[in-house]
Design a protein around this ligand. Structure first.
Ligand code: M6R
Length: 629
């Protein structure tokens, strides 16, 4: 959480920095601030709330500075007030620092600094950093050739936690220092100008030549180039790579919100996943080669006894669908864990286990920590217990990509809306392909069944298009009825239970309406007490083994006066008789249905939130990338 951006070069820094913040605002929007080096002084402006408040403060200001840093905050330590906004400065206001992450030992550092006469102006953990740098700088100036980076290097070695920082100093107007420890930061390379940012969208308008700083590394950026060092002080040789992204992908392209645009991108995302994952020439006569091009180590398929999935939020819901697929198609016992729980209470080691971390951003602190912990506890164990780690992510270049050597890229393109939509559908596609791949190697399902699944998957893009074309208007109208609703229940069973959870999460996070997802059969064990005419119930009812059961569960809700909305195939008479309102989806094999049933739920959440006049893309209290515990 929090977005950092920095610039050094030949152009006016402030415009580039503000544009960068615009692209990073999805990471947090409690406050924003900018600091530049101008005429030998640090010029710092900060504002509480969203970026436009900072922009308003800067209206009419001309600032020719060529060096600067800027920050958009998701508050951890200290309220979202201007005095807690970054950049933070040392006492003499010569050094300015921005940080993304948490400095875990800030209390003791703060006390030490105070005992040496330091006065603090904020409640943040970050403020210790400029004060410490000021102390170290006066020492480094006596001994070091490059005092500023040396001072920062000394300080980062004292910090505990996960952080990415950028530092400028009025006395070094040609230097921007950046450091990374467990929080993302990417460097951008231009002609005589250089950038740093928490994420690539801030850099894409200016350069495609990028370099991900790794944990324990510092960069000294000057108009002449970039030098990389380890925290130990060793100079490292690294070259930038070219990022393959189309700038159009990070614009709204005429949609009112990124979220709606991203919902509409889903047919294309499914097509991209199919192209990347499936060998279209495969037929059921081919018993030798998998229809899926994942290229996982062959040894992983042998003796596979257990899959464990770690993830958070929407990615956890995708993992829950994955569990169902891996068990039902590939016959592998699969467990799923909230990464935040798993990292402190891991399940006992099972031999021949595949561990899958699912994270669209590849930066979620808990998921990364759970995987690191799993790697560490399997280290030096016998072959049967060795770590087999697989990442499913939309950002292969992320920290996850650095941690795990086998990655499934979900090919969804950058997602800006804080509520995950297209990346969820892409994660589901990854799990379908993985389950088919493992099922093929373990021969747990017939080749004809694999062929049928692949045919079904190939029809999904057109079916999603049909839902979008035929239902969006209708769902927009329907949303009017719920603008004042306070509680919602979502029901599903089997493979659509995770979709009920996802529908509830989408509604909660962007409309602030209380919503719960339940396995439909569990309602009568307690939650049914919540129901009355004021609580709408959305039930996902797809023909299959539990179709009639879901309809019966829906009837039980109806008997308590709840308004019933059914996500169900067109022309299902029993469903039409059960529900007050129908949101039809195409007929499809139940096992493939989550990719269709989630679409109306995304649209419903979107239109209810939009109807309530809320900030759909940047809901309160949230950030897209949760890089702190
Ligand atoms: O980047 P990740 O997939 O690891 O993020 C996990 C969650 O923070 C994320 O899915 C969150 O729940 C979204 N806001 C859901 O829309």
């Amino acid at each position: 959480m929090c977005g950092i951006v920095g610039y050094i070069g030949t152009k006016e820094a402030s415009g580039i920095l503000l544009e960068g913040l615009r692209k990073l605002e999805y990471r947090g929007y409690d406050s924003a601030g900018i600091a530049t080096v101008l005429e030998g002084e640090i010029h710092c402006v900060r504002a509480k709330g969203k970026l436009h408040n900072l922009e308003e403060k800067l209206v009419g200001e001309t600032n020719p500075a060529r060096l600067g840093i800027a920050h958009t905050r998701w508050a951890t330590h200290g309220k979202p007030e201007e005095y807690n906004a970054h950049p933070h400065m040392d006492m003499a206001k010569r050094i300015a620092v921005i940080q993304n992450g948490i400095i875990e030992n800030y209390r003791e550092l703060r006390e030490e600094l105070k005992s040496r006469g330091c006065e603090f102006r904020s409640d943040t953990d970050t403020e210790v950093i400029p004060h410490l740098i000021a102390e170290e700088l006066s020492k480094a100036e006596q001994v070091a050739e490059e005092p500023l980076i040396e001072a920062v290097r000394q300080v980062v070695r004292k910090l505990r936690g996960a952080f990415a920082i950028a530092v400028i100093c009025a006395d070094y107007p040609d230097e921007l220092i950046v450091a990374r420890q467990q929080a993302p930061v990417v460097l951008g390379f231009g002609e005589g100008e250089f950038y740093c940012a928490s994420d690539t969208p801030a850099l894409i308008p200016y350069t495609r030549a990028i370099l991900n700083l790794e944990n324990g590394e510092l960069a000294r950026m000057t108009p002449l180039g970039v030098e990389i060092y380890s925290f130990g002080g060793q100079r490292l040789k690294k070259a930038p790579r070219t990022l393959d992204v189309n700038p159009v992908m990070v614009e709204k392209q005429g949609f009112k919100h990124y979220m709606l645009k991203e919902i509409y991108e889903q047919p294309g995302v499914v097509r991209s996943c199919l192209e990347a994952y499936v060998n279209s020439a495969w037929t059921s006569a081919d018993h030798k080669n998998s229809p899926i091009r994942f290229d996982l180590p062959q040894s992983w398929y042998r003796n596979l006894q257990h899959v464990q999935i770690v993830a958070c939020g929407t990615s956890w819901h995708a993992g829950l669908v994955g569990k169902y697929l891996l068990e039902q198609l590939a016959d592998v016992p699969t467990t799923i864990h909230y990464a935040s729980e798993f990292r402190y209470a891991p399940a006992p080691l099972v031999p021949h286990t595949l561990t899958i971390g699912v994270t669209q951003s590849g930066e979620t602190a808990d998921t990364l920590a759970a995987l690191e912990m799993e790697k560490a506890r399997r280290d030096n164990k016998s072959e049967e217990f060795e770590a087999r780690l697989l990442g499913i992510t939309n950002r292969p270049e992320s920290s996850l990509g650095q941690l795990v050597s086998n990655i499934i890229d979900t090919h969804a393109g950058i997602e800006i809306g804080v509520a995950a939509t297209k990346t969820f559908v892409a994660q589901l596609m990854a799990f379908y392909a993985l389950a088919i791949d493992i099922a093929f190697h373990r021969q747990t399902i017939a080749a004809q069944q694999i062929e049928a699944l692949l045919t079904g998957l190939s029809q999904l893009p057109a079916q999603i298009e049909l839902i979008l074309e035929s239902q969006e208007r209708y769902i927009e109208e329907l949303a009017h009825d719920f603008a004042e609703t306070q509680d919602f229940i979502f029901l599903g069973r089997g493979i659509n239970f995770p979709i009920a959870l996802e529908g509830a999460l989408k509604l909660k996070e962007i409309s602030y309406i209380h919503a719960e997802g339940y396995p439909a059969g569990e309602m009568k064990h307690g939650p049914i007490a919540l129901l009355d005419a004021k609580v709408p119930v959305v039930a996902i009812a797809m023909p299959g083994p539990v179709f009639e059961k879901v309809l019966s569960n829906a009837q039980e809700a109806r008997a308590r006066d709840a308004r019933l909305i059914g996500v169900t195939p067109m022309d299902e008479q029993d469903a039409a008789d059960t529900f007050d309102t129908l949101i039809p989806v195409p007929h499809i094999d139940e096992i493939l249905s989550p990719i269709l049933t989630v679409i109306p739920l995304q649209l419903l959440a979107y239109h209810i939130a939009a109807r309530r006049g809320l900030d759909v893309d940047q809901p309160r209290n949230l950030a897209k990338s949760v890089t702190v515990e």
